[in-house]
Design a protein around this ligand. Structure first.
Ligand code: HPA
Length: 277
């Protein structure tokens, strides 16, 4: 069995020092095309991942690879601008390493966002979807090989990974803003290839509304540490076989650009209420 707690403690301690002891209420992971949200934070402190002991380093275009601490709607938050993906060659454990570091720092609230392909034919590109649950058939887990008390139980329940009360809060804010907010099931695919049309059909039959290449490993790690997760997908494209055109990473980033105001106002509304829960 691998021991990661001493490493996590070093990473957490380094971040704590860099923040001069300032505490964050909520950790946020900003997905593809959504990283710009971090610029809205006031009194920012930035820490490139490369400077944090034991952190992996992000390589994907459109992800800038740093932790950004700052105030959003007067709430101190710690944001990941750029995340680690399984398809980049990182293990599931590496992908979720930052989340465990946040857990080690005492952060109990985690917001995850991602770009996802839309499987639900009744919805459209540019819609936002709350995750009410997920499906992962990829046979690996961030918790494989890890059995340390500080991380959580070896076998842990995932029934309420995305608590209903947080989803209700998000829906209320979206309603106030006059925005439609979908709610559905996200299915994890390892990527980096997009799925085949038959895989998308299979995903739909299994109950998925969206597909993507992130979020689930992080949500599993958070769940083991008993963190509350609110997760949001921006549906950047119709999944393979639904639209006529081939999928492209450019389309993913362009949809992110168009949706960023809606995404930002939703998040700025949710954060102060969530911080008070
Ligand atoms: N599939 C998987 N991941 C994605 C997609 C998709 O269609 N769009 C954005 N991320």
């Amino acid at each position: 069995m691998k021991k990661i707690v001493p490493m996590l403690e070093e990473s957490a301690e380094y971040i704590r020092k860099r923040l001069g002891g300032r505490k964050a209420e909520i950790a946020l992971v900003l997905g593809s095309g959504l990283g710009e949200f971090a610029n809205r934070a006031e009194s920012r402190i930035e820490i490139p991942y490369g400077e944090i002991p034991h952190f992996p380093v992000s390589t994907v275009k459109g992800h800038c690879g740093k932790l950004i601490y700052g105030m959003i709607s007067s709430v101190p938050v710690l944001m990941m601008s750029g995340r680690f993906h399984f398809y980049e060659g990182y293990s599931m454990e590496e992908v979720s390493y930052p989340i465990r570091t946040f857990g080690m720092m005492g952060i109990r609230k985690l917001f995850l966002s991602n770009a996802a392909g839309c499987v639900n034919k009744d919805w459209k590109v540019g819609d936002l979807m709350l995750l009410k649950d997920h499906i992962k058939l990829v046979m690996d887990s961030p918790s494989r090989e890890i059995d340390e008390e500080e991380i959580g139980p070896r076998f842990f329940d995932m029934t309420n990974t995305y608590p209903e009360k947080l989803r209700e809060l998000a829906k209320k804010i979206a309603g106030k803003n006059g925005h439609t907010l979908r709610e559905g099931v996200y299915m994890f695919f390892s990527g980096p290839n997009f799925e085949t049309p038959s895989e998308i059909n299979a995903a739909r039959i299994l109950g998925a509304d969206a597909v993507g290449m992130s979020t689930v490993p992080e949500a599993i790690a958070a769940s083991q540490m008993k963190m509350d997760v609110l997760a949001l997908s921006l549906l950047t494209n119709m999944a393979a076989g639904i639209a006529k055109e081939p999928l492209s990473h450019r389309e993913v980033l362009e949809t992110g650009e168009r949706a960023k105001d809606m995404f930002s106002s939703l998040l700025e509304g949710i954060i102060p209420v969530w911080a008070g829960l």
